[in-house]
Structures are given as C-alpha cells and as structure tokens.
Design a protein around this ligand. Sequence first.
Ligand SMILES: [Zn+2]
Length: 74
Amino acid sequence: MNCPKCGKEMKPGFLQTGNLVAFNKTRHKLSLNPKDKDDVMIAQKAFTGSDFNGWICKECGLVAFDYTNVITHW
Ligand SMILES: [Zn+2]
C-alpha cells in the first residue's frame, strides 16, 4: 500500500491500542464517547486493548488501519 499523503511505500504491521480509541470530528475534552454522527468509537475494551492490521509511513508519519476488523486478543 502506498501512502496517500506522500506516495511512498507503507510498511505493514499492527496498530496496538490501549483501552479506548476514538476518532472524533472535534476534540472531546472529558469523554471519548461519540457526540457527532461522524464520531467513531474505534475500540472500547475494559481490560485488554485492541489490535488492528495496519500500515505505517515512516516518511511522513501517516498510519492507516481498518477499524472494522479488530484482531482477537490473545
Ligand atoms: Zn507518507
């Protein structure tokens, strides 16, 4: 996969997260819970965290991952 920002080859890997990960349209100060229809709660696990297949561009710092396919934690 090539980086959509700079066009260089991205390296495959895993985005590994902690308890909560959210992608919100605006920055939420207190809670990561969705407020807008475009907000996405990507991962919400009390104890384990969540992992995703992803790609990283070390040239410009972009990370891409598929948030709909959570890898089951071991
Ligand atoms: Zn890039």
